[in-house]
Write a protein that binds this ligand. Structure first.
Ligand SMILES: [Zn+2]
Length: 473
């Protein structure tokens, strides 16, 4: 069964100071309900919206980053519908029809050697928020908070080019990294990104899942919805064209309302906002200001630092991790060894903490840890133990090492004594080792175990071999 999946993604511009058309604060979180509002974002009669220039520039930069075409003139439209969270009864947005284009169109994004087409990027305002005190299903009343109304959003619409939920996840990872590098949207903030997903089987009706509240939930919602549609097919029931809602507690999609058609919105040009002429000068200057984007950064990591594609990809997937890696490198120049920690042991902690900045370690910790291993002061196993402690405590590795008395034992005399003890205890293994090379590893393991990982493995192996040789002659 061939399926087609398309996405409509809304990203708040969390880095802005003010809303899209007024001077109310863009950061509406944690404020007294309906305290962050003014006559403009409430759409009171006689008020005039004024376009936020920085928001326009942010949306243009995203359009450039996703390889979109940018029109000469940008204009706004009213999308009319009645809903309690929409104080004006229309949303100021953009429109793509009659040769009118939103801020970006016809783009492409490559990820994991695949390609998805971007239909459009548009700039629009967020509605307010409906609050159900005891959950949407059981609340007897609904509260309305307009603090969010008028916050700037970038809407990104893809063509239905996906056929696998896993690819959707990889694409969203890439998009998050692009947004982080541009600094326009902090995707980790609650409600900063929302995704509508549409799914259709070949020649079948289209189902839309509205407002999936985080990118992490999108793949789960898709997997559920595809299996629901498949089971309909098996039972011979027709899939209806409808809008559904992702219930992230019950992990199912539920029917929400019949879908409006485009004509229901009665789009018409917003008469209160003049068209904005962009011009080459603005676009050229924004192109010059563009920060390094994930693809270029990945290539630089591969070419300059000799990292594998896979390791470079893990590093650039989160901008914070890539920045942290480069900061560590400035303190101790061994890209390969440092990157190895980011893709193995440290990665586990980063995932658990939802980002490296939530951990107590700093680049100086990683630089020192790698240096101690490289200088053979501690073994790799000891370094792993130290890492477990420093991510939580923020102590320097050398301090933990001294407290643990964890320096590597590479003093020959001390090791000979330990090897002798092991030989005395493990007589059967010693007999095996005389006949079979491989049994030496068992003896090595015993020595490392008795020193809690501190014995220098290379030197210990040499000493064991010498001792075996002296016994067999
Ligand atoms: Zn306002």
């Amino acid at each position: 069964m061939k399926i087609n999946i398309g996405l409509e993604i809304h990203c708040q511009m969390t880095g802005l100071k003010s809303k899209l058309f007024c001077s109310c604060e863009a950061d509406y979180r944690g404020k007294q309900p309906n305290g962050n509002i003014c006559p403009i974002c409430l759409g009171l009669p006689g008020t005039l919206p004024l376009l936020n220039k920085k928001a326009l520039e942010n949306a243009l930069m995203l359009s450039l980053a996703l390889n979109c075409k940018i029109p000469d003139v940008v204009s706004f439209y009213r999308k009319n519908y009645f809903y309690p969270d929409l104080p004006k009864n229309f949303q100021i947005t953009q429109y793509n029809s009659y040769q009118i284009s939103s801020i970006g169109s016809g783009g492409t994004v490559e990820f994991d050697h695949k390609k998805v087409r971007i239909r459009r990027i548009q700039l629009e305002e967020d509605p307010g928020r409906l609050v159900y005190e005891s959950g949407i299903a059981t609340s007897n009343y609904t509260l309305v908070d307009y603090n969010r109304a008028g916050v700037a959003l970038m809407e990104i619409v893809t063509e239905p080019d996906f056929d696998d939920p896993k690819d959707v996840k990889l694409f969203l990872n890439k998009l998050v990294s692009v947004l982080e590098h541009l600094g326009t949207c902090d995707t980790k903030l609650d409600g900063a990104v929302r995704c509508d997903v549409n799914i259709s089987q070949e020649n079948k009706k289209k189902v839309e899942i509205k407002n999936v509240g985080s990118f992490k939930e999108v793949e789960k919602a898709l997997v559920f919805e595809i299996s629901r549609q498949k089971s309909f097919g098996i039972k011979g029931i027709e899939v209806k064209s409808e809008t559904r809602h992702w219930d992230d507690i019950r992990r199912i999609t539920i029917q929400s309302r019949t879908k409006e058609e485009e004509q229901d919105y009665r789009y018409f040009p917003e008469p209160d906002i003049p068209a904005a002429y962009l011009g080459n000068e603005l676009i050229n200057s924004l192109t010059k200001q563009m920060p390094e984007l994930p693809d270029a950064r990945k290539s630089r990591f591969v070419e300059n630092f000799g990292l594998s594609e896979q390791n470079a990809q893990i590093l650039i997937d989160e901008k914070d991790t890539a920045d942290f890696f480069e900061e560590s490198l400035k303190l101790y120049d061994d890209a390969k060894e440092i990157s190895n920690w980011f893709v193995t042991d440290l990665k586990v902690f980063i995932n658990e903490a939802n980002g490296i900045r939530s951990l107590k370690i700093k680049p100086s910790h990683i630089a020192e840890l790698v240096k101690l291993v490289n200088q053979s002061t501690i073994s790799r196993n000891t370094a792993k133990q130290i890492l477990q402690q420093i991510v939580k405590s923020g102590e320097m590795p050398s301090v933990v090492m001294n407290n643990l008395k964890a320096t590597k034992i590479s003093n020959e005399e001390a090791l000979i004594q330990i090897v002798d003890d092991v030989f005395a205890k493990e007589t059967i293994a010693v007999r095996d080792a005389l006949k079979n090379e491989k049994a030496i590893n068992f003896l090595l393991g015993k020595v490392i175990q008795s020193t809690r990982g501190r014995a220098d493995p290379k030197l210990t192996t040499e000493l064991i071999r010498k001792k075996i040789a002296s016994i067999s002659t």
